[in-house]
Design a protein around this ligand. Structure first.
Ligand SMILES: CCCC(=O)SCCNC(=O)CCNC(=O)[C@H](O)C(C)(C)COP(=O)(O)OP(=O)(O)OC[C@H]1O[C@@H](n2cnc3c(N)ncnc32)[C@H](O)[C@@H]1OP(=O)(O)O
Length: 322
């Protein structure tokens, strides 16, 4: 369990802030065409007491799921290998360089939920189809939800998905080739490790669209590269190649072909899945909890493994080899 309800609470307060801008949102919506689905949905939300009253429930996941389901295209495939404990997530949106549609966001949410329950999972590798990682949100879909209220809902939902991805009890690796822009850069920055191809172009280019990261990517980037570099990258919308990413700490490994990345990944298969998962829990606690709570939790993790079947078997094997 997380030490605090951090990500969701921060996202919810974002929605509260947006709701305070209700007058502006309503005026903006009034200018939109009645026939536009997103505009109608937004008007319904603005008119609804439940979404507009801070005293009442502000965010309904089911409403956001319903909204996102209207924007289809592309697919996220999940493949789990029970023997190795390694899963693969493939992002595929043909003709759109794997940009996220609404339905792809929902699929990612469901896959992350499934992975969170996978007791024997060791790692998940995330990759884009056809030579690109992901170019963020599908711009056609973005255009249709370009209102403060709908943007807040989408940001809460996808921000929570990427926070859950970040907190998975297994190792997350982004296998990055080609373009990883906007929300695509946010997705890779939520992972534990980034193996980056020499073909990669990675950029927090949100500023070119007059916005900023909204899926937690600004926070994850800051944790990875420090606040000054993160500020520079977001404020300039600079697109980086693999070697620049490596120099800044945004890449862990640079590769030029698949066999190199497979060889690099081998390091995560040398210990038991339980030990890998324990290590992940320990580093998450160290990030999220205060010092003494993190130490307490580390002891709990240790106690779950010490004297267990795998520990005893390993001891026996070592003793036998002496
Ligand atoms: C909180 C999340 C915020 C966000 O993620 S906002 C989205 C941020 N992403 C972007 O701004 C990327 C926009 N795309 C681009 O700049 C360029 O397409 C890119 C990736 C540099 C590639 O340039 P080129 O190699 O010249 O190729 P191209 O532009 O002809 O693209 C090929 C086809 O892919 C499409 N595409 C690429 N990125 C897309 C996107 N995000 N949403 C929707 N469609 C997208 C592009 O429109 C083009 O389609 P078509 O062939 O013209 O039908």
């Amino acid at each position: 369990m997380a030490c605090n309800a951090g990500p969701m609470r921060r996202l919810t307060s974002l929605l509260v802030l947006k709701l305070e801008q209700r007058g502006a949102a309503t005026r903006l919506l009034a200018r939109r065409r009645q026939s536009d689905y997103a505009s109608k949905a937004a008007q319904a939300l603005v008119a609804s007491n439940t979404i507009m009253s801070p005293e009442q429930s502000l965010y309904r996941e089911s409403e956001t799921r319903n909204l996102l389901s209207h924007f289809g295209g592309g697919h996220i495939h999940l493949e789990k290998d029970e023997n190795s404990g390694i899963a693969r997530l493939l992002i595929e949106h043909e003709g759109k360089k794997n940009a996220f549609s609404g339905s792809m966001i929902l699929q990612l949410a469901d896959h992350v939920a499934e992975l969170s329950k996978w007791k024997d999972g060791r790692a998940v590798i995330i990759r884009g189809a056809n030579g690109d990682f992901c170019t963020g949100a599908d711009l056609n879909f973005v255009q249709k939800i370009a209102t403060p209220v709908l943007g807040a809902k989408m940001s809460i939902f996808m921000g929570s998905v990427l926070a859950k991805l970040h907190q998975l009890p297994l190792i997350t690796v982004a296998h990055v080739e080609g373009y990883a822009l906007g929300g695509g850069a946010e997705l890779l920055s939520a992972c534990d490790f980034r193996a980056v191809s020499t073909t990669a172009n990675i950029g927090f280019v949100h500023g070119r669209l007059g916005v900023s990261p909204g899926w937690g990517g600004g926070t994850h980037l800051t944790q990875l590269v420090g606040w000054r570099t993160a500020l520079r990258l977001m404020a300039s919308a600079q697109v980086l190649d693999a070697n620049e990413c490596l120099r800044l700490g945004l890449a862990d490994f640079v590769f030029s072909n698949d066999s190199e990345v497979s060889a690099w990944f081998e390091q995560f298969t040398k210990t038991s899945a339980q030990s890998v998962r324990a290590a992940k829990r320990i580093v998450l606690n160290a990030q999220e909890c205060d010092y003494s709570e993190s130490l307490n939790r580390e002891r709990d993790v240790f106690a779950e493994l010490w004297g267990g079947q795998r520990h005893l078997q390993a001891l026996q094997k070592l003793a036998g080899s002496k």
